[in-house]
Every structure is written in C-alpha cells, then in structure tokens.
Design a protein around this ligand. Structure first.
Ligand SMILES: [Ca+2]
Ligand SMILES: [Ca+2]
Length: 448
C-alpha cells in the first residue's frame, strides 16, 4: 500500500493486506489503525520522496514444542535419553513431522507445529517408569496456540525387577530369614518463590523427604532433579548412619536462576535396608512462573497399599489409600486421582474442610481403591489439579508382592510368576496329587 506524500492517512477500520502460504500455513496480514499514527504491533510507518509506506511484520502462526527426556538411573539403570523413542502425534493420531525420534535431554527436541492439540508419548521401556510433566498433562496432551513455546518433560526412572518371593513369604528370598516389607518414600518440594512476575531471578527448591513405610530404614537415599543441581542435604540424618530411618525428615535444597517459566521434576529413590533392596520411588513436580503475575498450583500425593508384606501364592485383595495435599498457596479445582492398576478411585468424604470443592492449602483429601492383586504388581497413581491456567501433577508409586507357588523351582523368572503356564503347572500337580490320594484311599479300603 502506497500513500501519497503529505497526505493524511486515516484508517478507521482494519485493512486486509492479503495472505500467503508460508511453511504450509496460511498467514494473513491485517493492518489495524485509527489514525495516521498507525497502531498495532509489528507495523512500521516510514516516508521518503515517493510517499509513505507501511511495513507489516507478519507473526508466524507456528508454535514450538520442546520435549525433554530425563532419565534417572539410580540403582543400576544404564539407559540414555537416546535409547527412548519419542512420539508427537496430532490429537487425532497422525505423527507430526520429525516423529518418532530418539529422545534428548535438556533443552530437548524441538518441533515446529501449527496451533492445535498434540499428544506426547514414548515407547514403553522395560524396567523404567515414565511420567509426564511441564506443559503436558499426565496423559501427554498439550495445546499450543500460535507463537506459543511450550516444554514437556518425560522422566524415566529405573526400577529393578520385582524381587522373587519364595513360597514362604516370611523367610523366603535372599533376605536371610527377615520379613520382606515393601519400602515407601515420600517427597515434598516447594519452590521459593513460586512466581517471578518481574522476570529472571533465583529460585530455591526446598525438598522434604521422609520414610512413609515407617517400619525399616531406607538406604542409598538420593534425589535427582532435571533442571537444578546440585541438590544438597541440609539436615535430617539424626543418628548420622546415612540411612533414612523411620521418623527422620531429611531436608534438601537446590538454587537456580530462572529466565523463563520452568517445570522441575525431582525423583527421590531409596532402598529397603535388607537383602532384597527393594526400591521406593517418589516424585515431586513444581512449576515456577517467570514474567507473568500468575501463581501456579502444587499438588502432592502419597499412596500406601494395605499390604506391605507378600501375599501367599494366588494373591489377595488390596486397598490403596491415597493422601492428596496442596503444598502451594492457591486453591485447586478439578482435582482427580487415578491409578493405572486400580479403579475406580473414590474420594473419602471429609477432606474439603471449607466445602468449596477446591483443594485448599492445608486440606488433606483422602482417596481409596480396592482391587485383587493375583501376581506381584507395581503401579502408579496420578493426582492432578488446576489453578490459574496451570495443571499441577503428582505421581506416587507402590508395589505389592505375591509369593511363588509351593512347588519345585519351575524356572520361571519372578515377573512371570502366576502366568497361565504357572497356573497350569500347579493345576496339573494338584490333579496328580488328588489322583494319588484317591488311589491310596481305594487301596486302603480294599485292604480292609
Ligand atoms: Ca538416619
Ligand atoms: Ca476446600
């Protein structure tokens, strides 16, 4: 558009400058102004001898998605981010350009995408748990608007194979006669401050770690964080034995300067202080908002199974109890708890102290779920809540063990215990035993 020299430009309504296709996306330029002092971002008015021209900078309609792969390898894991295959698909199901591909650590793999809703996922990997955080919800869903830049993190934590539990659940295994008891660890993380509305500044993550099981000490306790290090133990090991004893509360902290909104995921691991070295895992996720006057929510979930010692062969019923709290400063709406191996998860009445249907700071909401556990099972519960446009996510892991049958060693590995083959072997042997019993019984009668 050319404007004659010394003329008065007085645009009273928007003027469509036309459209074109860039990178597969249709871009439309629109000049919006009310006077010759042109208003509107990206519009520059200049004049020379031939007239006045308006230059319009067209903003891209594309958005950017970063996917970070964080791998926590305490306890013997060796996998690298590149060993995981990441997928980014349209909400409908089609893979986007550049998907699938190997994972990368911070700052992650970048995808240039049209505005829309996408699903981030990965191929499952044996011996690793996978959880999502950041811009994605727990199911991997992320919605991008034009020009937005969001980051999702998938955190994979190594978990050793479930221990083999011999037929006698009290003295079995390699524990030298000790009781096998599932260890449980808890972690709470609170960033200070939760928001840096003025932009750019230091944030201190304060971690509290405790022994949820409360029956045995945990050894080799550590925290791995994906965006902040080192994480330093400040206090808590009261008897200085390097073990997280029942009743001890260990305090850690880590400080980092943030320049943009950042989600930090920390994973606490500890091991049972016996010959079984069962792993206990807990995670804590927190978002700190930079450059906006918004306070993000925080959620914490602790999960305790009713059974912490192994069932006899065949398993039994377990009730999981989930304790959900709000360690932040804003109340959350839409709080949900789900479990990948148990449903439905029901909320126990009474936790919503002010009856506003929001999980307020200081409230403790309790949920339960009951299910039958026929074989050794490791499961993960997810708690989510929303406030100020952010979703807070918490994850909790637990294991319930089931003993092997009272049989000669079938040669099956622990995770295969209770498979149909196993059941068939047991059934056949029981049948043989009963036939033998009938034969003996008959023989005894005949001899009378
Ligand atoms: Ca100690
Ligand atoms: Ca409430």
């Amino acid at each position: 558009m050319q404007i004659a020299s010394n003329s008065t430009l007085n645009i009273l309504y928007s003027y469509n400058l036309g459209s074109g296709v860039v990178g597969g996306n249709t871009l439309t330029a629109r000049l919006v102004a009310t006077t010759d002092a042109v208003a509107g971002s990206g519009i520059v008015v200049s004049s020379n001898s031939s007239g006045v021209s308006a230059t319009v900078t067209i903003a891209s309609t594309l958005a950017t998605l970063h996917v970070i792969k964080a791998v926590v390898n305490t306890g013997g894991g060796t996998a690298l981010p590149a060993n995981f295959s990441l997928h980014v698909t349209l909400s409908g199901g089609a893979e986007v350009s550049g998907s699938p591909q190997a994972g990368t650590d911070d700052p992650g793999t970048s995808y240039s995408l049209s505005a829309g809703t996408y699903i981030v996922s990965e191929d499952a990997k044996t011996s690793y748990t996978g959880i999502l955080s950041g811009g994605c919800n727990s199911g991997g869903s992320v919605t991008l608007s034009a020009g937005q830049d969001k980051t999702c993190t998938i955190t994979n934590t190594y978990v050793p194979p479930l221990p083999e539990v011999a037929s006698d659940p009290i003295s079995g295994g390699s524990g030298g006669g000790s009781v096998i008891r599932t260890p449980l660890i808890g972690i709470l993380k609170v960033p200070t401050p939760l928001a840096l509305p003025g932009g750019f500044g230091p944030v201190t993550y304060n971690y509290t770690v405790w022994n949820v099981g409360g029956k045995q000490a945990l050894t080799d306790v550590s925290i791995k964080g994906d965006t902040c290090s080192p994480i330093v133990l400040l206090s808590g090991d009261l008897n200085s034995n390097n073990k997280l004893d029942p009743g001890e509360i260990w305090k850690f902290s880590c400080t980092k300067t943030l320049s943009k909104t950042t989600t930090n995921t920390a994973v606490a691991t500890g091991y049972s202080d016996d010959g079984f070295r069962q792993v206990a895992i807990a995670t804590a996720i927190a978002t700190v908002v930079v450059g906006e006057p918004l306070t993000p929510p925080l959620i914490n979930i602790i999960k305790v199974p009713s059974r912490l010692t192994p069932f006899s062969f065949g398993g039994g019923n377990v009730t999981y109890t989930y304790t959900v709290t709000n360690p932040g400063v804003v109340a959350m709406s839409g709080v949900t708890v789900t479990d990948d191996k148990c449903g439905p998860v029901s909320r126990v009445s009474g936790g919503d102290a002010n009856s506003n249907n929001l999980l307020d700071p200081g409230e403790i909401w309790t949920y339960t779920c009951k299910t039958n556990v026929p074989v050794s099972t490791r499961n993960v519960a997810t708690a989510e809540g929303e406030a100020n446009g952010f979703t807070a996510i918490g994850y909790a892991f637990a294991t319930v063990l089931v003993s092997a049958p009272s049989l000669p060693n079938t040669g099956l590995s622990p995770v295969e215990k209770g498979t149909p083959l196993d059941v068939i072997v047991l059934a056949v042997i029981l049948l043989l035993v009963s036939v033998l019993f009938v034969a003996v019984f008959k023989k005894t009668r005949n001899s009378v």
